[in-house]
Design a protein around this ligand. Structure first.
Ligand SMILES: *Cc1c(COP(=O)(O)O)cnc(C)c1O
Length: 350
């Protein structure tokens, strides 16, 4: 036997393409079209070269405090990590050890299945309805935990906080993770519910609404008990996940609420306009609540539109997966980028 027989073989998550050329109009990975707050640069410049010789604060005290302040929770209710992907992986490791299957929707963030496979966690995918809605009854039976995004991805469909609360009530003995990567684009966060439900963990990211995908900052909010378990697991794995620059950038980003409101509203405004323009071009799809649209054309196949857009230097996301292979996921760009998109679509659909 060779070492090759003992390699852990996994099917990795495949992120959207990151083109080298900056002339591409990039509407394929749900990044924010606007730069982060200018305060972020100042904060990064405030990190002295000399300080980098020292390890960062393993407790991420200042960033956790800034996040806690923003959401009106206590510092020990906040866990931070290298993007939500890191936070979610830690949460899976920490909480999903019952041996019972965890539950998530069949059409959802593809990383859940990848982590479950990677970590040997059994899982069941619950089919969304015909209208791509989550069916609450699917999450009422015995399970090893529940995770889904709200708004869901790639559908951009939002469920109200009351819907989440219903699932929490039926699962008092299961940990429920609500992945709020896109909640700032028009949804109601369930963070206020963490004090009433000790089985709720809410995750959010700086990658979308705070324009910091390149910095890698994500966080979870839950009871001090849940956060304590996660800190122990993280400290058994890597005590220094967050570097000094990211910690400083994160504090500045979350404190600049004015800039956050301005850019978040600009994205929402452009999105609403996009819904109308796409409808005029013959597209349909669910009402979007994230910074992206999930849309199908009434006559032309998504795959064809996807590749013709790509030929014109406009990247959107296409999933060749059952049920959604006639849909495109289009990230909301700047108004100028979107005008180019509508122009290209009009010419493709002629
Ligand atoms: C983007 C995204 C994340 C992860 O974001 P990070 O960049 O790792 O913070 C998590 N969940 C969903 C549904 C996402 O779309």
């Amino acid at each position: 036997m060779s070492f090759r027989d003992y390699v852990r073989k996994v099917d990795p998550y495949v992120p959207g393409e990151q083109p080298r050329s900056s002339s591409v109009i990039k509407l394929n990975t749900n990044e924010n079209p606007y730069p982060p707050s200018p305060e972020v640069l100042k904060a990064m410049e405030g990190v002295s070269l000399d300080s980098l010789k020292l390890y960062p604060d393993p407790d991420c005290t200042q960033l956790r405090h800034a996040i806690a302040e923003n959401f009106g929770v206590k510092d020990d209710q906040v866990f931070v990590g290298v993007g939500t992907d890191d936070v979610l992986a830690m949460a899976f490791m920490t909480f999903f050890n019952s041996g019972k299957p965890i539950l998530f929707p069949d059409i959802s963030y593809a990383f859940y299945e990848v982590w479950a496979n990677m970590l040997g966690i059994p899982y069941e995918k619950k089919p969304l309805t015909e209208e791509f809605r989550i069916n609450a009854e699917d999450y009422a039976g015995e399970n090893g935990g529940i995770v889904f995004p709200n708004p869901n991805a790639p559908t951009s469909i939002l469920e109200p906080a009351s819907f989440i609360e219903g699932i929490l009530r039926k699962n008092r003995d299961s940990l429920v993770i609500i992945d709020e990567a896109y909640i700032d684009f028009g949804g109601e966060s369930v963070i206020p519910l963490v004090d009433r439900y000790d089985n709720l963990l809410v995750t959010q990211t700086f990658s979308k609404s705070r324009s910091l995908a390149g910095m890698r900052i994500g966080f979870a909010i839950g009871s001090p008990e849940l956060i304590g378990y996660m800190m122990s697991v993280r400290n058994s794995y890597n005590s220094y996940t967050m570097n000094r620059t990211a910690l400083a950038a994160g504090v500045a980003a979350i404190q600049d609420t004015e800039y956050f409101e301005k850019t978040r509203k600009a994205v929402i405004r452009t999105r609403q306009h996009a819904v109308n323009r796409l409808r005029e071009l013959g597209f349909t799809g669910p009402a979007p609540a994230g910074n992206f649209l999930f849309t199908a054309h009434e006559t032309v196949p998504a795959k064809e539109i996807f590749s013709k857009l790509k030929d014109r230097g406009i990247y959107v996301r296409y999933f060749s997966k059952p049920r959604i292979d006639n849909y495109l996921r289009i990230t909301v760009g700047t108004d100028r980028e979107m005008e180019k998109l509508y122009e290209a679509l009009a010419s493709i659909l002629q």
